[in-house]
Structures are given as structure tokens and as C-alpha cells.
Design a protein around this ligand. Structure first.
Ligand SMILES: Cc1cc2nc3c(=O)[nH]c(=O)nc-3n(C[C@H](O)[C@H](O)[C@H](O)COP(=O)(O)OP(=O)(O)OC[C@H]3O[C@@H](n4cnc5c(N)ncnc54)[C@H](O)[C@@H]3O)c2cc1C
Length: 443
């Protein structure tokens, strides 16, 4: 029997994976049942789903049901000030795409799939308020307000970035969790359909990079888009959220920096001032498990910034790997999980931070564009050795994040050495550099 706290993407998916193998699972979630209640607006309204997440969803048997809700994104559409829009494909094979999915649809579908297993029980409006060691939880029934003790046995904490279980464990074991908050916050805005038509190209993730800040937009299945503004909390040399406190200032900011977006959001000022301002950060937790009684997974263990679109994908990969470990070595699966996943989760945390600079800034640099084209050419010439880092992270679920980080560093060095040349064709010397510095992948 396993008790999971949190019916977010990780909690639900893990529950399904376990229940499919006959494990008795109880999931406790503080929110209301998504199958009965309209979606809560708030955090990221749509998410990019990629290979690692898809593999785990397939293992849980839910991919087929989810497919109709997915919107394919083949690349980035750059909207630079004063320039023509430019489309850059993410990969170079037909399957090298990512998918936009509504968080609400995903959560509801996972809850439905979970509820379909007779050995899995979902308990909504039940908040975990404390972990007291040895499988003992303190719970609050949010309907009645009453508290009760729960003897849970083996517990998985999938309770997100602000995890109560992580905090309780850190107090019990006296370790320090670092929550490294970015100086940038985010705000989501809906770009509606125009005359029933999508207002932007549907097959791309749109980026308006502006150096110190950026706006992005992902398509929704109904043709609308969810835009997210990433901006400093406090303005300085670049604008900040602190100054956008009136309808006039919001309009002025968009007119100055995103004039092409302004006509796409008729109720911009209203949305802007009404929608919550979310914070972003990385959670570094030195200990993910308490013997074999409690284990943290997903954002509870290792929340990351969203700039590689991997938080949920990584959380899903956690679930798949934990499920495999619970089968292969049930007696010490929690300890093994904490050991095998640590480097990979630290690596994606770092790559996600690095990607912020790339998305809001470097992507505009001609040298970046040149290196991007060259790396695709090198991949065509050496598909077993040179795979662009973005592709390793997003399209290759067989390459661990830590390997993507290491190989990515070597590849960047090679690209830097080669881009004295001004063409996207591999220059003489590339073969030697690649052959001597990069081993065949998986070899
Ligand atoms: C702006 C933004 C954009 C993002 N974009 C992407 C993207 O494109 N691709 C991607 O892969 N990831 C993305 N992410 C990251 C992704 O949202 C998270 O990594 C993912 O939701 C983690 O899933 P989780 O189940 O671990 O945690 P959560 O989604 O946070 O779920 C935790 C669940 O636990 C419940 N809970 C919390 N505390 C308790 C408690 N005490 N008792 C009971 N229940 C509790 C919560 O209500 C919630 O349902 C983005 C994040 C942000 C902020």
C-alpha cells in the first residue's frame, strides 16, 4: 500500500502506474475534484509536453486518451522588435516536436484515469499539514475543518514546490532546503481567438525576446493562446512588475515593448491587473527520503524554473523511474531513487536556468543562430555522437539529463571553436573534434 500526497501531474501519474500493477494506492489532495469543478486559473495554464513525459504517460496507458488535447509545436517563432517574424524548427526529424497541453485538461484526464482503478482511491479537499515520522501524517479535512491522524505506511510526497512534507522532513532531520527565487516573476494572459480563428501560427511556441525580459505564448486546442510575461519583480535598468500598477502603465508598457501583441488582447489591462503574479525559483533539497517511509518526487523534491519546459516532464520521468525501482528492488526503492535521480535533477535545474538567458536574449544573437544551424548540420553528419543539447533534453528520453549537460558542454566548446567560419556547413576539423571528444551516445 502506498499513500501519495498531492494529485497534481506527478501524484496522479504515479498513482496510475502503481495501481496498474495491483498496488493499493490512496491519494490525498487539498484541492477540489477537478472532474467536478471548473479549472482553477493561476499557475501555468498550458504546458509543453516532451519525450520524457510522453514515455511515462504511455507507460501509464493514458497517452491515447490525452492525444486529442495536444497541440503540436514544431519550433520557436521569434517576434523581434523591428524585424520580420522568424521561425526556427526545434529539431530536424518529423517526431522532433513538443506538445502544448492544457494543465486543467491534463489534470482532469489523469484524475479520471486514476479513478478508473478499483485499487486506487482519491481523497479531495484533504490537506496534509504535518509528517510525524514512521508513516504518520496529520491531515485536515477542508470541508469540515477538522484534523485527524493518518497511519499511511509508505508515503510519496508529490505536493509540489511548496511541499509541506519537505518542510516537515527538513525540520525533523535538521537539514536546510534552499529555495532560490529568481528576481523575475511571471503573469499569464489569455490571447483569444480572432473571428473564430487562431491569432498566431498554431504550430509554434511564440517568443518576444526583449533582453532582460520576454513574453511567450503557447497554443491551446481551441485556437486561443496562453501568453506568459516574464519580467523583473522590481524595475531598474529594465522594466519591472512593480511599475505596472495601473491600466495606463500596462498599456504604455505593451505599446513600447510588444506593440504587435496589444491588438491581440482586447482586455489586456483588465487581465493584467486581475491575474496573479507568480514567482519562480529552484528548490535544492539535500534529502529526498526518510528511510523507506517517505519519498519526495516532482516539484516537491526539485522544483525548477520553467524555461526548458521540463518541470512536469521531469516529474513524470521521476514517476516512471520510481515505479520501475519499486518493482526491481522494493525494499530500498526510495533510497535508490534519491541516489539515481539526484545528478539528473540538478542537471535539468541548471539547464533550465541557462535556457532563460537563451530565450530572452541569446536567441536574438546572430552567432547563436549560426551555431544552432551548425549544430543541426553536425547532427546530420554525426547522428550517433553530436545531438544538440535541446534535442537531448526534449526528444531523447534515453539520454539522462546529466549526460545531456556534460555532452552539451563539450559540444558548445566545439561550436565555439568552429564558428569562426561563416557558414552552417561543418568546416574541416569538425570530424576530428567530434571523433576525439565525443564518444558514441550510449556507447
Ligand atoms: C509558469 C510555469 C510554466 C511551466 N511550464 C512548464 C512546461 O511547459 N513544461 C513542463 O514540463 N513543466 C512546466 N512547468 C512546471 C510544472 O508546472 C511543474 O513541474 C509540475 O506541475 C510539477 O508537478 P507536481 O505534481 O510535482 O507538482 P504540482 O503540479 O505543484 O502538484 C502538487 C499537487 O499537490 C497538491 N498539494 C500541495 N500541498 C498539499 C498538501 N499539503 N496536502 C495535499 N495536497 C497538496 C496541490 O494542490 C497540487 O495538486 C511550469 C511551471 C510554471 C510555474
Amino acid at each position: 500500500m502506498i499513500t501519495i500526497i498531492g494529485a497534481g501531474p506527478a501524484g496522479c501519474l504515479l498513482g496510475i502506474l502503481l495501481a496498474r500493477r495491483g498496488v493499493v494506492v490512496d491519494i490525498y489532495e487539498r484541492r477540489t475534484d477537478p472532474r467536478r469543478n471548473p479549472a482553477e486559473a493561476g499557475r501555468s495554464i498550458n504546458l509543453a509536453l516532451a519525450a520524457r513525459g510522453i514515455r511515462a504517460l504511455e507507460a501509464a496507458g493514458v497517452m491515447q486518451a490525452l492525444s486529442p488535447a495536444l497541440v503540436m509545436m514544431r519550433g520557436r517563432m521569434l517576434h523581434e522588435s523591428g524585424k520580420a517574424d522568424q521561425f526556427n524548427a526545434y529539431g530536424q526529424r518529423p517526431h522532433e516536436v513538443i506538445w502544448s497541453v492544457s494543465r486543467a485538461t491534463l489534470t482532469t484526464l489523469l484524475a479520471e484515469a486514476a479513478a478508473g482503478h478499483p485499487n486506487l482511491r482519491l481523497h479531495f479537499e484533504q490537506q496534509c499539514v504535518d509528517y510525524r515520522g514512521s508513516g504518520q501524517l496529520r491531515m485536515r479535512d477542508l470541508r469540515s475543518g477538522g484534523e485527524y491522524d493518518l497511519t499511511a505506511g509508505r508515503i510519496v510526497g508529490a505536493d509540489g514546490a511548496g511541499s509541506t512534507l519537505r518542510q516537515a522532513m527538513s525540520i525533523r532531520h535538521g537539514f536546510t532546503v534552499t529555495e532560490a527565487r529568481l528576481p523575475h516573476d511571471y503573469k499569464e494572459l489569455v490571447i483569444p481567438c480572432r473571428n473564430g480563428q487562431p491569432p498566431l501560427a498554431m504550430d509554434a511556441l511564440h517568443i518576444w525576446p526583449r533582453g532582460g525580459f520576454m513574453l511567450i505564448a503557447l497554443p491551446n486546442a481551441d485556437g486561443s493562446f496562453t501568453a506568459t510575461l516574464f519580467l523583473a519583480r522590481e524595475g531598474g535598468t529594465t522594466p519591472g512588475f512593480d511599475r505596472l500598477d495601473s491600466p495606463a502603465r500596462v498599456r504604455e508598457f505593451f505599446s513600447a515593448h510588444f506593440p504587435d501583441v496589444l491588438p491581440l488582447i482586447p482586455d489586456l489591462e483588465q487581465q493584467f491587473l486581475l491575474h496573479p503574479q507568480g514567482m519562480l525559483g529552484t528548490v535544492y533539497c539535500p534529502q529526498w527520503h526518510d528511510a523507506e517511509t517517505l519519498l519526495l518526487v516532482g516539484d516537491a523534491a526539485h522544483a525548477i524554473v520553467p524555461f526548458h519546459g521540463q518541470g512536469m516532464n521531469c516529474a513524470f520521468e521521476d514517476c516512471r523511474i520510481l515505479d520501475e525501482l519499486l518493482q526491481s528492488s522494493p525494499a530500498d526503492a526510495f533510497a535508490q531513487f534519491a541516489t539515481v535521480r539526484r545528478d539528473d535533477c540538478l542537471s535539468i535545474a541548471q539547464m533550465a536556468l541557462e535556457n532563460y538567458g537563451e530565450m530572452r536574449d541569446t536567441v536574438r544573437d546572430p552567432r547563436f543562430q549560426q551555431q544552432k544551424a551548425l549544430s543541426l548540420a553536425l547532427e546530420r553528419a554525426h547522428p550517433d555522437r553530436f545531438v544538440p543539447r535541446y534535442s537531448m533534453v526534449m526528444f531523447r528520453d534515453d539520454i539522462p539529463y546529466s549526460v545531456a549537460l556534460q555532452r552539451g558542454r563539450i559540444q558548445q566548446q566545439i561550436l565555439d571553436e568552429l564558428t569562426g567560419a561563416d557558414s552552417a556547413t561543418p568546416v574541416p576539423g569538425a570530424d576530428v573534434l567530434i571523433g576525439s571528444r565525443l564518444t558514441p551516445i550510449g556507447g
